[in-house]
Design a protein around this ligand. Structure first.
Ligand code: HEC
Length: 111
């Protein structure tokens, strides 16, 4: 096989798996951090469109954090939303949420 084809092929596989890895990481964050309050899980994500999730998750998830910090009912999440861990990992979470938004056409695998 042509060397170039091989290189292109392996690059494609690499980028595909890293996108999946980010979604997987995002899913883990969601299960660990969000599910206790938003226990509809998949249906919760599914009720909003991609555009909405993107808006909430822009600037490293700042709008989403602020929305919770303003709401007393979400008090238990404040520590997390203020943490650096949240901003640092927000892009994984974003990718996961957008991936399973209402208009994405995807359904999360049960694993
Ligand atoms: C301690 C509980 C708690 C945790 C943890 C939590 N939330 Fe929330 N969230 C809330 C509350 C309370 C609201 C306000 C909704 C309401 O008033 O009914 C809210 C609102 C939202 C909204 C806005 C819904 C709307 O229609 O305006 C989104 C989106 C959201 N949360 C996503 C998340 C994500 C993603 C996570 C995980 C990173 C998360 N939440 C973690 C309690 C929580």
């Amino acid at each position: 096989m042509n060397k170039l084809i091989l290189i292109v092929l392996s690059l494609t596989i690499l980028s595909l798996t890293s996108a999946n890895a980010a979604i997987y990481k995002g899913q883990r964050i969601f299960v660990k951090k969000c599910l206790k309050c938003h226990d509809e899980g998949q249906n919760f994500i599914n009720q909003y469109k991609m555009k909405k999730w993107k808006k909430w998750m822009k600037k490293k998830g700042k709008p989403l954090a602020e929305l919770h910090l303003k709401n007393k009912k979400a008090k238990k999440s404040w520590k997390y939303f203020k943490s650096r861990r949240y901003t640092k990992k927000s892009k994984h979470l974003r990718q996961f949420l957008v991936e399973y938004a209402k208009d994405s056409g995807n359904v999360p695998a049960c694993n």
